[in-house]
Design a protein around this ligand. Structure first.
Ligand SMILES: *[C@@H]1O[C@H](CO)[C@@H](O)[C@H](O)[C@H]1NC(C)=O
Ligand SMILES: *[C@@H]1O[C@H](CO)[C@@H](O)[C@H](O)[C@H]1NC(C)=O
Ligand SMILES: *[C@@H]1O[C@H](CO)[C@@H](O)[C@H](O)[C@H]1NC(C)=O
Ligand SMILES: *[C@@H]1O[C@H](CO)[C@@H](O)[C@H](O)[C@H]1NC(C)=O
Ligand SMILES: [Zn+2]
Length: 552
């Protein structure tokens, strides 16, 4: 008996299904799990000529004492900045003259450096030093730090064990405002330069030192990068190195250095409600403050989507942790290592980082509702309510996708109260006409997208990561191994956000024994171990030598 038509069809369907599922599972297996990009120690070919100086930097008591004094002088020369500082330097030269004093201190402390470099002051107090190389066809290396610090609140002064501006040194740590963020970096860069000059080094590749003076308030006065772009053009730099990252932190049992190779985006978004006023004795059921309250509930209920993709440097960070961790559960390891090609594994990895590790900011955009104001009088209905929300934008999103999400979240509340809706992203856009009930306005006050991804394949990265290995595995702790250098994501922003046009190779990394939070950056009793400071000098010293001998 011949097979009926339907039986043939069902055979074909079942057959196809088997073939497809076999192929599917085969292709999942065949796609090798991703691997932690391995890096190995790199040292300059002239290392033997510089070994004695490096040893002096790290181990000489005399050098250490002299270095402590330089750091102390920098802490004592106060450079706090405030959110309400005069926007233009021209508005108040006297106010900004503290940076004049700081520059004078640098000049008297680093005579060799001043003799080899030319200083360009940009917008009065931005410092750009150029140490001209002998070969102008090599792209310059840009080394950064900021001169300013956050203030110290008078209310917390009595909790400081050391006066925040004395620069106390107890034989182990140096204390003071800015010592960990980031006067040690600025001073360390110049100490390394002085040592290089004393060792008769003169660069083939131009080295540029670029120090802003308002990083802690977002850098609106920082024109250094603009000036460099005018002088040298786009994509004109070999690499940019600034503060940031994590060093020697133990993550799931793995000793790691995690330089930032991207930064999340940033947005300050205002939501404004304008409603008719009136007498409080005959109020509507909900005032604009109540309506705003409903919006806040919705905004905080909402969870931004999670991503764990190769666009996010933290993807590689966690791949490295998974590959090397003696502690992480093997099922989690397996998920992280297959997250690049397996949806289910990807979801497990995302949730693990968010929920188990409590590091959701690594895998998604975040929002914080930070300021609210509205209403003027107890017996008058509020006519104006304003909320400011700060958003840190994941690598996979843009300013526009985040604004769209916010619109989706608040739209039902806008509809419920028959309000109009206007967004000012890309010019004024009326999404719903204003009504007698009032209006809701979205205003992007300040925003920039996630930073472009720094490449972590190729010689730029190999030299950079290799120098970290060499300093920590061969110089600081001879013959130690097991340090993993992996790319990571900066959740905050540095002055590097102005430098994107100058190079793809931007590193946010500071050597030292303690990750920033342990050093109480911005906090009470800020300090650094003096050893960290010496590591930092040794790192810059070696990195400059290695970068100088490559032709890339
Ligand atoms: C370094 O400073 C310490 C403490 O002030 C002092 O005891 C020591 O003699 C100094 N060492 C050198 C080599 O100057
Ligand atoms: C903190 O105290 C100092 C010294 O008494 C004073 O000059 C300064 O204005 C105070 N700062 C604030 C913000 O109150
Ligand atoms: C980078 O270049 C673009 C295009 O020329 C320009 O619009 C932008 O302002 C530049 N970015 C910075 C931070 O200078
Ligand atoms: C300068 O660097 C370029 C690019 O690496 C190289 O081709 C050239 O030979 C160098 N010139 C001198 C004088 O060393
Ligand atoms: Zn800083």
């Amino acid at each position: 008996m011949p097979y009926s038509g339907t039986r043939i069809v069902s055979f074909i369907v079942v057959g196809l299904f088997i073939v497809v599922s076999l192929f599917w599972s085969f292709s999942e297996e065949s796609q090798a799990a991703v691997e932690c990009p391995a890096t190995k120690p790199h040292r300059p070919s002239t290392y033997h000529l510089h070994k004695a100086t490096l040893s002096k930097i790290l181990h000489s008591e005399e050098f250490r004492n002299a270095s402590v004094m330089k750091l102390q002088a920098a802490i004592r020369t106060r450079t706090e900045v405030y959110d309400d500082d005069p926007l233009l330097v021209e508005d108040d030269f006297t106010y900004w003259s503290k940076f004049e004093k700081f520059e004078q201190l640098l000049k008297s402390t680093f005579p060799l450096f001043y003799s080899k470099t030319t200083l360009q002051k940009v917008n009065y107090h931005g410092l750009v030093y150029i140490w001209e190389g002998s070969n102008s066809s090599l792209k310059p290396l840009v080394l950064m730090a900021h001169q300013d610090t956050v203030p110290v609140s008078n209310l917390t002064l009595n909790q400081w064990e050391h006066d925040p501006f004395s620069g106390d040194y107890d034989g182990e740590n140096v204390y003071g405002r800015g010592v960990a963020d980031c006067k040690e970096q600025l001073i360390g860069l110049l100490e390394a330069a002085e040592e290089l000059i004393s060792s008769e080094f003169s660069p083939r590749r131009t080295i540029i030192y670029s120090f802003g003076f308002d990083e802690e308030v977002g850098g609106p006065r920082n024109k250094n990068a603009e000036w460099l772009e005018r002088k040298y053009g786009k994509d004109s730099m070999y690499a940019v190195l600034d503060e940031g990252g994590v060093n020697l932190d133990i993550i799931q049992g793995v000793k790691m250095s995690v330089p930032g190779t991207a930064e999340k985006g940033y947005m300050d978004l205002k939501i404004i409600l304008e409603t008719p006023g009136g007498h409080s004795s005959i109020p509507p059921r909900h005032t604009s403050i109540g309506i705003m309250g409903e919006m806040i509930v919705e905004l905080e209920k909402y969870e931004f989507p999670k991503y764990f993709t190769k666009n996010n440097p933290a993807f590689w960070e966690y791949v490295c942790v998974a590959e090397h961790s003696p502690e992480m559960a093997s099922s989690v390891k397996k998920s992280i290592l297959s997250a690049g090609h397996n949806q289910k594994a990807n979801e497990i990895a995302r949730n693990y980082i968010d929920v188990d590790l409590g590091k959701g900011f690594v895998v998604k955009s975040t929002r914080a509702i930070d300021i609210i104001s509205g209403g003027v009088k107890a017996n008058a209905l509020p006519e104006y309510v304003e909320l400011t929300m700060n958003v840190r934008i994941a690598m996979e999103e843009t300013v526009a996708t985040v604004v769209d999400r916010v619109i989706d979240i608040i739209k039902p509340v806008v509809d419920k109260y028959h309000l109009g809706l206007v967004s000012d992203l890309n010019g004024r856009q009326e999404l719903k006409p204003s009504t007698p009930a009032g209006n809701c306005l979205l205003k992007v006050v300040q925003a920039f997208p996630p930073a472009p991804l720094t490449p972590t394949l190729g010689s730029h990265w190999d030299i950079f990561a290799g120098t970290i290995h060499h300093v920590y595995e061969d110089l600081v702790a001879p013959d130690s191994t097991g340090l993993i250098v992996a790319p990571g994501i900066g959740s905050g922003n540095t002055d590097t956000k102005y430098y994107w046009n100058l190079t793809n190779h931007i590193y946010r990394y500071k050597p030292g024994l303690l990750p920033g939070v342990y050093s109480k950056e911005h906090g009470i009793n800020e300090f650094i171990p003096m050893d960290s400071h010496l590591h930092l000098i040794a790192f810059y010293y070696e990195y400059i030598l290695s970068v100088d001998e490559t032709d890339d």
